[in-house]
Design a protein around this ligand. Structure first.
Ligand SMILES: O=P(O)(O)OC[C@H]1O[C@@H](O)[C@H](O)[C@@H](O)[C@@H]1O
Length: 301
């Protein structure tokens, strides 16, 4: 057992809602169980791997071929993409979706709230290595509240002495019974860039139906999306704040097959709805300033 695991178990021994374990590769996983839901959070990437309201099916999709490896992003759940979304704008040698999802975060605080929900605070600060990739002093904090709904608040703070510009995403993978019986509502009439067709400024007409590879950047939208998961007879709501960009992604057959950590059939039971800061929706923070990107997911009653 690693020192980190022993320390966490001792520090939170009185918080019965939490338990700690390690993957074979040494990543620390926090499991949360309360009256409302269960969840699992990996300290590697501050990655929510699972969320399941009591008596319900899981809301988040995790690849059956997921790899828990130091330095590698976890396939499924909610990767935290930061401080940029997608490829780095000027240097293709830098990692896609930034570096935060490949770092080990600290569990800075955990508590039971008065209503019985659980709150975790995970933090990541700049290091010598991060400053070589991205030359800024920062604190990144992810507050995760596990209740009937799952709320993730990603707070970026400039702790340095010059301006920094942050983009990123809460890149949530949702589980559906069958993508053929799924619709995504909430983006009707919104303009989007289609990364598959390499076309800009297309207008969404009606609901989104995923019957091919979909990789779309919806612009200037604050909308709550509703995933109508007919096969499970449920509707998952995905609400957000601090983001005017929503990405909808499903890799479909060929791209799923090309990813070693994405099981070949997995595209049939998932869709990503991502709360994003990208393009002109990035935020320039002066010293001491912060930006908060929030995503909340829940089942519609
Ligand atoms: O494989 P990654 O780096 O986790 O990215 C997955 C997908 O993430 C989405 O957000 C992008 O729009 C896609 O283009 C990308 O393929």
């Amino acid at each position: 057992m690693s020192d980190v695991l022993t320390q966490l178990q001792s520090r939170y021994q009185n918080l019965a809602q939490l338990s700690f374990a390690e993957t074979d590769s040494g990543l620390v996983m926090v499991t949360i169980n309360n009256d409302f839901a269960s969840a699992a959070v990996c300290l590697h990437g501050a990655h929510v791997c699972a969320f399941q309201p009591r008596g319900q099916q899981p809301l988040l999709w995790l690849s059956k071929d997921v790899e828990f490896k130091p330095g590698k992003a976890i396939r499924g759940g909610v990767p935290v993409c930061w401080p940029w979304f997608g490829p780095h704008p000027t240097n293709s040698d830098l990692p896609q979706h930034g570096f935060a999802r490949n770092q080990v975060w600290q569990l800075s605080d955990a508590m039971q709230l008065v209503d019985g929900a659980t709150e975790l605070l995970l933090t990541l600060n700049d290091t010598e290595a991060s400053r070589q990739v991205w030359p800024h002093a920062f604190e990144l904090a992810l507050k995760i509240t596990v209740a009937k709904q799952l709320t993730m608040e990603l707070m970026s703070t400039n702790t340095g002495d010059r301006a920094m510009t942050v983009g990123g995403a809460l890149h949530s993978y949702f589980e559906v019974a069958s993508i053929a019986q799924t619709r995504v509502r909430g983006l009707d009439q919104v303009s989007y860039d289609d990364k598959v067709a390499d076309q800009q400024g297309i207008i969404q007409r009606g609901d989104i139906i995923v019957d091919e590879e979909v990789d779309r950047v919806y612009l200037d939208t604050l909308a709550t999306c509703l995933i109508q998961d007919e096969g499970n007879q449920r509707v998952i709501a995905v609400a957000k704040e601090g983001s005017r960009t929503t990405v909808v992604w499903n890799p479909w057959i060929d791209k799923a097959a090309a990813m070693v950590d994405f099981n070949d059939e997995g595209y049939q039971t998932m869709v990503c709805i991502e709360a994003v800061n990208a393009g002109d929706d990035c935020h320039t923070l002066l010293p001491g300033q912060s930006h908060c990107l929030t995503q909340t997911i829940y089942l519609v009653d």
